[in-house]
Design a protein around this ligand. Structure first.
Ligand SMILES: NC(=O)c1ccc[n+]([C@@H]2O[C@H](COP(=O)([O-])OP(=O)(O)OC[C@H]3O[C@@H](n4cnc5c(N)ncnc54)[C@H](OP(=O)(O)O)[C@@H]3O)[C@@H](O)[C@H]2O)c1
Length: 340
């Protein structure tokens, strides 16, 4: 086993309570954590919509309780019984059951299965990796799957819904950097200038994606990155050009989609499902490699809204669920030994 000293003292964690009512900062020990071959001294985690749901007890995200919250983590390996990792390696984990079936990233230490651990590629560090986190990974996975499906900038503008959120703002930056004309849809009129700085060619209000109800409308979108779901997703399918690609990512606006088969059988529109949590390893490695190099978002500093401590999480969760947050919030969980 490659290892540094393992902690024998208690350390801080934001742990989801056994009664499903949310979480709180408490002290735990290494032996309290879910098992895994790789022990990580964490540096940062982040706040995603799913974290806000779990951390407030608003939805049953965790399937076993109590559990450390946080679906993301980045830090350095302390010890690994798997030869793929050595002490001091900078690594990250996103999804893979964190805060659902095993203890997550809101603690100073984490034990992970080696299969779930990704070496942070050159071009990123633990902090920038968590500005991206699950949100950036998800936007990157959407881009990868849409381009695998044949999407090019020549198809026409890409519409991004929920644009001021974590996935949305990173998708705006990512797709614009890749040469797409990006149209950002946001309910926050005061976010328009910021979204244009990130690369949006145009920002429109949520009410401009109106539901007309006919099976097909004039095709205007080459593709869509949809964080909202519900009637918005149905409308995007009706208004996507022939051979365009629509990525279904989120449900901030609803989970039911009422559509006909017409966009699919008349226009060859593709509806691509995006799931970050259970993503095959070859996709995870490919997306993180792109995010660190040729797809690296150009405005991570502008997208990072704040770095917060574990104690501040309940307030961030509340504001996120109320639709008041913008961009990405990074969570300080430990220290980055690489910076010491
Ligand atoms: N499939 C996956 O693997 C995956 C991964 C990550 C996230 N997600 C999902 O993707 C969505 C975004 O996640 P996130 O972490 O980026 O959350 P977030 O930062 O809270 O962003 C969500 C954004 O959606 C918009 N929105 C909120 N409520 C809405 C409503 N009722 N109707 C229309 N728009 C609304 C808001 O943007 P504006 O104010 O700008 O309109 C908000 O900023 C969530 O539904 C999340 O569960 C899925």
């Amino acid at each position: 086993m490659s290892e540094q000293a393992l902690p024998d003292q208690p350390f801080r964690a934001f742990r989801l309570r056994e009664d499903g009512s949310g979480g709180e900062v408490t002290e735990i020990r290494l032996d309290d954590l879910s098992p895994g071959e790789v022990v990580i001294h964490t540096a940062y985690s982040s706040v995603n919509y799913k974290d806000a749901l779990a951390g407030t007890g608003s939805a049953p995200i965790a399937r076993t309780l109590p559990l450390v919250g946080g679906i993301d983590v980045a830090g350095r390996v302390v010890a690994s019984s798997d030869p793929a990792f050595a002490a001091g390696d900078a690594v990250l984990v996103t999804g893979c059951g964190l805060s659902e079936t095993r203890d997550g990233g809101y603690a100073e230490y984490l034990r992970a299965s080696a299969d779930d651990v990704i070496a942070i590629p050159s071009g990123l560090d633990p902090h920038s990796a968590m500005v991206l986190g699950t949100a950036g990974f998800t936007a990157g996975l959407a881009l990868l799957r849409m381009e695998e499906n044949g999407l090019t900038p020549e198809h026409g503008p890409i519409v991004v819904t929920g644009a001021s959120g974590g996935v949305g703002s990173l998708a705006v930056d990512l797709f614009a950097g890749r040469g797409y004309e990006v149209v950002a849809v946001s309910g926050k009129s005061d976010a328009a200038a910021w979204l244009e700085e990130l690369g949006a060619a145009r920002v429109i209000g949520r009410d401009e994606i109106t539901t007309k109800g006919r099976p097909l409308e004039k095709g205007v979108w080459g593709g869509a990155v949809d964080n909202v779901g519900g009637p918005v997703l149905a409308e995007l399918l009706r208004t996507t050009v022939p051979w365009g690609s629509v990525a279904a990512i989120g449900l901030a606006g609803g989970q039911d989609v009422n559509t006909t088969v017409m966009p699919f059988i008349i226009r060859g529109v593709s509806l691509l499902g995006i799931t970050s949590a259970n993503c095959p390893r070859h996709y995870r490695e490919a997306v993180w490699q792109h995010l660190a190099t040729d797809w690296r978002p150009r405005h991570l500093d502008r997208i990072r809204a704040a770095d917060v401590d574990l104690e501040e999480l309940p307030d961030v969760f509340r504001r996120m669920l109320a639709g008041e947050t913008q961009g990405r919030t990074v969570v300080r969980t430990g220290t980055d030994a690489g910076d010491a």
